[in-house]
Design a protein around this ligand. Sequence first.
Ligand code: 26V
Length: 801
Amino acid sequence: MSIKTLTKKQFITDFKEKLYEEKLVTLEEAVPAELFTILAKVIRKYYTNEWSKRNEEITSKQQKVAYYFSMEFLPGRMLETNLLNLGILDLVKEAFTDLGLDFEAVKTAEYDMALGNGGLGRLAAAFMDSLATTGYLGFGNGLRYKYGLFKQRIVDGYQVELADSWFGSNGNVWEVKKERHTVDIKLFGQVYLKKDDAGRLKPVYENAQILHAVPYDVPQIGYQNQVINNLRLWDVEIPAEYELNYPTLTERRRIQDITAVLYPDDSNYEGQQLRLIQEYFMTSAGLQTIIKSYLKQGLPLERIHEKVAVHINDTHPAVAPAEFMRLLIDDYGLDWDTAWSTTVKTMSYTNHTILSEALEKWDIDLFKTTIPRVFQIIVEIDNRFVFEMAEKEVPHHIIEKTRIIKGHHVHMANLAIIGGYSVNGVAKLHTELLKADTLKDFYQLYPEKFNNKTNGIVQRRWTQIAAPELSKVIDETIGQGWRQDIHELRKLNAYLDDSQVLAEFYQVKQVAKAKLAAYIKETTGIEVSTEAIFDVQVKRLHAYKRQLLNLLHIIKLYWDLKDNPDKDMVPRVFIFGAKAAPGYHFAKSVIKLINEVANLVNYDETLQGKLKVVFLENYNVSLAELIIPAADVSEQISLASKEASGTSNMKFMMTGAITLATLDGANIEIKEEVGDDNIVIFGMDKDEVYRHYEAHDYYSRSLYENNPILTRVLDTFINGSLPGAVREGADIFEALVTHNDEYFLLADFMSYIEAQEQIDQLYRDQEKWSRMSLANIANSDKFTSDDTITEYAKDIWHLEK
Ligand code: 26V
């Protein structure tokens, strides 16, 4: 059955048959979850042929393949994208209407696939979609976590974490288990080297634990191009022959824990053994498979880099160069120099943060105990690196800073850089900072390895799926060509002075706002008016992202209104969505305070409805699809230099929000695309921030004491105004005043207030605002992940189409 010739009639027949066959129910009896499962199963049948053809192509076509190794993939729901990409979304929706079924209800019965924390995981998922869409041979390699990122509930203003059992009771309908591709993973034990008959040193393992890595493949469907790639996720199983080694439930559980849950500490590294095992498990399984699949082509192993590229997404899979060496040398008999030369030509690495607390380093003893043979190899890589650098007369202190093993730790970023040929940052500024600061010494050693690849987003998800009404108006204005070629959005620039068109785009935003308002009412009970400015900050909660700065402004507005209830201002709804890492005390206090301020303002009638604060719980991809198209203002207010790129900023831009931002990450490139008049910038730039670091001249208490507005706003945390959050208020006050405000909120405060006043003024002129909004949509094409991935494919991986 080919998807191209599928008719609505055929689909309806297939659907009814499958429903009856699998569930023994009729359409009328079936519940949305059942209908979802059946729909997924029916469409699976339509793409199976293409998918299996693609898998064969890897060996038959002898083309180079890129493998994207990532501990996180965050696709969200897959049904609608799969239908859209297969080209049958409208057909299925119409069929559902004919059958009297509610497509929305069925679609929402799918669990979000949330095997990622935030930006890094979402980017990996975007790249999977774009690899398939651009037609490059690029496959994903990750872990099949039983529990994804925790579900967040807000109870009494506090974050409570619940397990995310995203499999539901039926498993993941999209995946296919591939038992015959199972590989062994060795952990623990002792290893010593012994000469074999040919006189070569071979490792002998004693007391090692052997586990099975079993792959599950999830299809990655290209946009209307018949290409289906693979995302391979590994799960752990106990090999039958070793069952007796794990007689008790506790022992079995300890093994199953390896793929039980995604670590939720975004940007904060903690050296836990289970995490190291996860990283090694996924990396080793992926590399073993790659070598096997390459060898089927009958080509020599020392030329594997000509057919294979392995990409290391952040340091999490950075054990890859060492594990690859182990496989090439121990399992396939290559000599060290040959193995090293091909390894370095195979591996490339992306850095996603300049925050030093996120750079992984492992305690030597822990590493040695967990993967002893890999440790021996890392010691050898380190020794040879030091020797080579000394020969090149690299200064001693530079060698000490760049070597892999130093202090009592294995430094994973150093391994990824030394063991690969490419290092990239994720936005222009970020890459510049890596070169000038975080990875400066490496840049001196290997300038040729460094390059920038500004992040991107899957425009299809954020327009066609998340914003169907907007998409329709775009169609009506410039035709449908942009759905195939996003660069056609630029045609909208011709309509910036067309009042009629501007009014239509304004109307569409109001429709999206009404949808979100209804959701807010339903989930929180809070009434918000669509006449208000919807001012949105959604992202992981982190001190450097400065949700707290946003809150300080809200508190300022609150006191303004208390002083003068008739203050002339456009009503505002401040909308937050943010998960905090479970152990991140500061971040959790901010959530509590946002909710306390919400309680303070939302029910105070004297404010005349001018100020509303909404914290939407459990921010995830699906909620983003509802919130982002409804935003008027996109808050991108991190301390300049700290946000590597940001990607929600791109999604907001593409759906017509005005960016209120510091000159950080990709905000800078957004500004370049829309021009200074269509974005609102405030605060210090990275040079000013760095000047403060160098001069040690920042003193937040003086700002607090000498600026009466700041005094009043900050005192709100400690003077009883927020009676439900006394402890949190005190903590936050301390962080800002006593501990000198690490992220310079107080330094940027006044500039932020002015920028917010500018937003208020701009919004009053509906046509002007609409023009700015349309200019954002019209110039957002630069941020398509299709183009980002094309750059990776050409510049880093050297793939052919
Ligand atoms: C670090 C760690 C440390 C070990 C435990 C688990 C864990 C999980 C994630 C991370 C790294 C977080 C880095 C990250 O998410 N960076 C974000 O990457 C986005 C995509 O490039 C980028 O847009 C964001 O600016 C950047 O913060």
